[in-house]
Ligand binder design. Structure first.
Ligand code: ADP
Ligand code: MG
Length: 698
């Protein structure tokens, strides 16, 4: 830095001034700020409080009333820690305001003593009592104020993230200095008319209020402005991306009556109304000259596979190829089987590209795919993405993924026109998530399930019920049904989980299930071994399958009606729902027992929720609220930068507004070329240009 900022700098340059030049910031404080990621003045301005604290009912000491929540400001005159005999202690802090005194008391918190020093200015909040001539407050809320710092407006104080060597009052002072000197340099990002239409506060009004609110209501409006903006920029990016996709060229695959009839002949059942609707939506997309980008979501067992198969056969009917990518090998093989079965009477040529193929066989397959002899390819994502060259790829179906999301779809090698895309999710996704992570996809939802589908009963249960469960389990097996026993991934290491499967297997085979034919499957087995076990289970040769959560997603054995989940606490809600979905797939009622390590009555809320409903759409929302977006649907996992102030679980309503606003804007100005949209366009490109491949907005 060459020196103090001068006045020939542009506003942007001035906002880039290093924090060191702010009033009250020396080299040491600058270092603390840097640890918080605050390097330039602009960073400080947008360093939003993590929370707020209330110091309402501000009074002078002479105005105090007993037992009412009030706040007092005073100077520390005396700090006294008295330790009692039995380890008990009293910390007293004597505060003076004018000529009156108040004593703040803390019992058995001796460590607080270091926080207080003579001469400090404090704001305390609590219910005072008169004791003799003195006012006393026990365990008040307390904060230190800077010298000359004004009382918080409306009693609301911001709380910032801190780092060593930095106190709340110090960062407040720094933020205040930044606001005073620099806030005026910030330019509004939204057009004025847009702000008015959407009832969004201008930046100039919202920024001071989010740091130092003058009322609860103002704080809400200020927060809403920044939450809206954060959602808006993403929604803008998604809308632009969607628009760009419509400019790409794809082959047009019309579902003529003849093709439609030919495809349906292969299905062994009538489609549900939901499936019909989804297929109609897909057929419309695939007949268009730009690629389909559609998300197919439906509850577990709602019959997504056959919808995908329709789409694949539609591409094949036009001489193009289709690929189905599954997340696991077990599932890829199962899809292979399903397709083979349904395609039995057709001339469609299918290849299964899975991990461990003999090199020569793999080579032949790759050649067949490259020459176009092979119409349909099924496999795991990993394998297909490696080195497969298609002759004429018309459709990509990605099964059972939400860990995957929108970001990684375009990695297949292109040949000429873009393929159509269909993404299927394993379980329903909360609306907020479909609007963000999948916000650039069209949506088809299967809300119904195939006819005759039986309900699953769910039992949340503890050790004391184990004998009863195994007895029931045995009776069902004797009646011809099959069942699962699933043990948790105890440790990220597959080795340990494999051991726990083996132990469970041994205990059951030599105990309550010794009369039956048991099999075992876990992630450490070789693909051929896994295949053999799954085949034996499918054929009924194996009656009980003991497993880790490898069978979690998608496995389809309709005769299996019994699901035993060990240590239910160790599974997430979506995972549990997937597991339960294994046993309600045929004409027999399913039963799902979840054993908990603690007594069932103490089971976590999500297990109670799980036992109380089998509706995947409801569970998705519950899960989302319980766990927040971070864990399962964190934007980061999808390659999107995290939100700074918006919260998907909390800010649903604002999200909808921002989405509508962004769609409107892109509709009116598809290239965001109008000058009043220039700043928004730039922000969108900086934040999402790369991850969403918005390279060329024009
Ligand atoms: P998911 O949506 O969980 O992937 P699947 O596609 O695996 O569900 O279908 C679940 C089961 O329902 C399969 O056994 C499938 O053959 C069957 N199924 C799908 N659609 C129908 C239908 N319309 N009528 C009867 N059975 C169906
Ligand atoms: Mg499926």
């Amino acid at each position: 830095m060459s020196g103090m900022p001068d006045h020939e700098q542009t506003p942007a340059e001035r906002l880039a001034t290093p924090v060191q030049f702010l009033k009250g910031v020396g080299p040491q404080r600058a270092e603390s700020l840097e640890r918080l990621g605050l390097e330039a003045v602009r960073d400080v301005l947008f360093f939003f409080p993590r929370d707020y604290e209330e110091y309402t009912g501000r009074r002078d000491i002479e105005q105090l009333e007993e037992d009412k929540l009030q706040s007092v400001r005073g100077i520390v005159e005396e700090v006294e820690l008295r330790a009692g005999k039995t380890g008990r202690s009293v910390l007293g802090v004597l505060l003076r305001s004018g000529s009156r005194h108040l004593r703040a008391l803390w019992f058995n918190q001796p460590f607080l003593v270091d926080q207080f020093h003579r001469g400090d200015e404090l704001l305390v909040s609590g219910k005072p009592k008169h004791q003799g001539l003195m006012w006393v407050m026990k365990h008040p809320r307390v904060t230190q104020l800077g010298e000359g710092e004004p009382d918080p407006q409306a009693g609301i104080l911001p709380l910032y993230h801190l780092t060593e060597g930095l106190q709340q009052w110090q960062i407040r002072k720094i933020v205040r200095a930044a606001l005073e000197e620099y806030a005026a340099m910030l330019e509004e990002v939204f057009p004025q008319t847009f702000l008015a239409e959407q009832a969004i506060w201008p930046l100039a009004k919202a920024l001071p209020e989010i740091h130092f609110p003058s009322s609860r209501e103002h704080l809400r409006n200020a927060q809403r402005r920044f939450i809206y903006q954060e959602f808006f920029i993403l929604q803008l990016a998604l809308a632009v991306r969607r628009r760009q996709q419509t400019l790409d060229r794809a082959e047009q695959f019309e579902a003529t009556a003849k093709i439609d009839a030919r495809i349906r002949r292969l299905f062994p059942f009538d489609l549900t109304p939901g499936q019909e609707r989804a297929i109609a939506e897909i057929a419309r997309d695939m007949a268009a000259a730009s690629p389909m980008n559609r998300l197919l979501q439906g509850d577990v067992g709602s019959g997504k596979t056959v919808v995908a198969l329709y789409a694949m056969l539609l591409a094949v009917a036009h001489g193009a190829q289709a690929v189905l990518m599954a997340p696991t090998e077990v599932l890829a093989r199962q899809h292979g089987l399903t397709l083979k079965r349904m395609l039995g009477g057709s001339r469609v040529a299918m290849a299964e590209l899975v991990g461990a193929l003999p090199a020569s066989q793999r080579q032949t397959m790759l050649q067949g795919i490259a020459s176009g002899e092979i119409d349909l390819v099924v496999g795991t994502q990993a394998v297909i993405q490696e080195d497969v060259q298609f002759h004429r790829l018309g459709l990509v179906v990605i099964d059972e993924q939400h860990k995957f999301g929108v970001r990684q779809r375009a990695v297949l090698r292109k040949t000429g026109a873009d393929p159509h895309y269909l993404v299927m999710t394993a379980t329903p996704i909360p609306r907020t998530v479909t609007m963000t992570l999948f916000g650039d996809l069209d949506m088809s939802t299967l809300a119904d399930s195939p006819p005759g589908r039986q309900k699953v009963r769910t039992y949340l249960t503890g050790e004391d019920q184990r004998d009863r469960w195994w007895k029931f389990f045995g009776e069902q097996i004797r009646q011809g049904r099959q069942g699962y026993v699933v043990t948790p991934l105890i440790d990220p290491s597959e080795a340990i989980s494999a051991r726990s499967v083996e132990e469970t297997y041994e205990a059951l085979a030599n105990g309550p299930l010794e009369a039956f034919r048991l099999g075992m499957i876990h992630g450490r087995m070789r693909p051929e071994e896994k295949d053999a076990v799954m085949a034996a289970f499918r054929s009924g040769e194996i009656q009980v399958l003991v497993s880790t959560s490898v069978i979690e997603v998608g496995v389809d054995v309709p005769n299996a009606t019994l699901m035993t989940i060990e240590s239910g606490e160790r599974f997430g809600l979506a995972q549990l729902h997937q597991l339960r979905g294994r046993v309600s797939r045929g004409r027999f009622p399913g039963h799902c027992a979840v054993f908990t390590e603690k007594p069932a009555a103490e089971a976590p809320h999500r297990l109670q929720a799980f036992a109380s409903t089998a509706d995947g759409f409801r569970l998705a929302e519950i899960d989302f609220r319980l766990r927040g977006p971070g864990e399962l649907f964190g934007t980061r996992q999808h390659g999107l930068p995290p939100f700074r102030i918006a919260d998907l679980a909390r800010d649903m309503a604002v999200l909808e507004e921002a989405r509508r606003g962004a769609l409107q804007m892109v509709q009116a100005d598809p290239h965001l070329a109008e000058p009043q949209h220039a700043r928004l366009r730039r922000m969108m490109l900086v934040r999402y240009g790369r991850v969403l491949e918005l390279g060329d907005v024009g």
